[in-house]
Design a protein around this ligand. Structure first.
Ligand code: KG4
Length: 333
């Protein structure tokens, strides 16, 4: 079965062709250069850029795979969660393509894509596993029972981890998206320079909160300004990153232990963070857990993971009807 995946949930326009779970092509156009001067995504600009990019990117994905649209057996498109304007472009385009070409359409929850993105890499886990999904829009822990059943165990109560990275980067005068910038600066910084707060919330809670941490960084910056003291950007980045990583790793391992699950998987843009991968590797090894992280190109938004999740969803419950809407909050768990 050949699957065309289409992803437009946020600011990347992406398309991929999979032959079941083998990637034939995977292409993406990033809007980073457009949004960077605003320090974050401007939803209307994102929708307009998707509208320009969607058709050429699908044509490129088909050409790179060496096939024609008529060869495709299934269209899998992100139905939510995400920015509504962005989702509407990709999902409407996919509906139209499905209607005129008579190829079935399956709507995919973007979170399912991230949870299953691990299967796009070489090392594949077995079910069940605990999945930490951390991106610009979410920080959630799931128990993945199989390719189509995901149980939400914890989520952020305020900012997502990636959002915190982006906001701290903006505060420090670094460009958007902030995560890669902060993690690069952090490699030359001292993680013990400032002990920023860790929000553990209630005992055994698997929820996250990053807004207090962001405010603590802001307060530190103001304090330094008041003292006319130098801002040690690398050290602040390293200290902030260490606080985020410690909470993400500790709560994910707690989720595995409480549910008696032996495997931990990460996904989403923040999972590309080298320090997060390093600490997960060390801690999982110490706790006797298997740890899997997708190759970095499949951590961030991509259409290959949407095609893959769509393939399994279609096998389980068939196509979506063409009168369905998009949604802004994940329907999983
Ligand atoms: O999954 P993604 O590509 O898009 C969604 O938000 O859905 O994730 C983007 C987020 C941004 O907040 C970005 O700053 C963050 O992932 N990110 C990182 C790193 N690379 C991307 N955060 C920390 N460290 C990184 N290396």
């Amino acid at each position: 079965m050949l699957i065309l995946g289409i992803e437009t949930s946020c600011d990347d326009t992406a398309a991929a062709v999979l032959k079941e779970n083998e990637i034939l092509s995977n292409v993406l156009t990033s809007q980073d250069s457009i949004h960077t001067k605003f320090g974050g995504i401007v939803p209307e600009l994102a929708s307009r850029k998707h509208l320009q990019a969607i058709h050429p990117i699908v044509e490129t994905a088909l050409a790179n795979a060496g096939i024609k649209l008529s060869d495709i057996n299934l269209i899998a498109a992100t139905q939510g969660p995400g920015l509504i304007g962005s989702l509407l472009v990709g999902y409407s385009y996919s509906k139209a393509l499905s209607y005129v070409s008579k190829i079935p359409l399956v709507g995919v929850d973007h979170m399912a894509g991230h949870i299953l993105s691990i299967f796009l890499g070489r090392d594949k886990p077995t079910f069940p596993y605990i999945a930490l999904i951390v991106s610009g829009g979410t920080s959630s822990i799931y128990l993945a029972h199989n390719y189509n059943s995901f149980q939400l165990l914890g989520r952020t109560r305020d900012d997502a981890a990636g959002e915190a990275f982006d906001k701290v980067a903006k505060l420090l005068g670094l460009s958007y998206p902030g995560g890669p910038q902060v993690s690069e600066k952090a490699t030359n910084g001292n993680p013990e320079y400032v002990h920023f707060p860790r929000a553990w919330l209630d005992e055994n809670s698997l929820d996250f909160s990053f807004s207090g941490l962001k405010t603590a960084v802001l307060n530190h910056v103001h304090q330094q300004h008041r003292k006319d003291a130098e801002l040690c950007i690398n050290d602040i980045c390293a200290s902030f990153q260490e606080a985020v990583v410690e909470v993400l790793v500790t709560k994910t391992i707690l989720a595995a232990q409480h549910n008696n699950i032996g495997t931990v998987v990460i996904g989403g843009g923040v999972s590309a963070n080298p320090r997060l991968r390093e600490v997960f590797t060390e801690r999982c090894h110490k706790e006797g857990l298997f740890f899997y992280a997708p190759p970095p190109q499949y951590s961030t938004d991509n259409a290959a993971m949407i095609a893959l999740a769509g393939f399994y969803s279609f096998k389980d419950s068939g196509p979506n009807s063409l009168d369905e809407d998009v949604y802004s909050r994940s329907q999983l768990g």
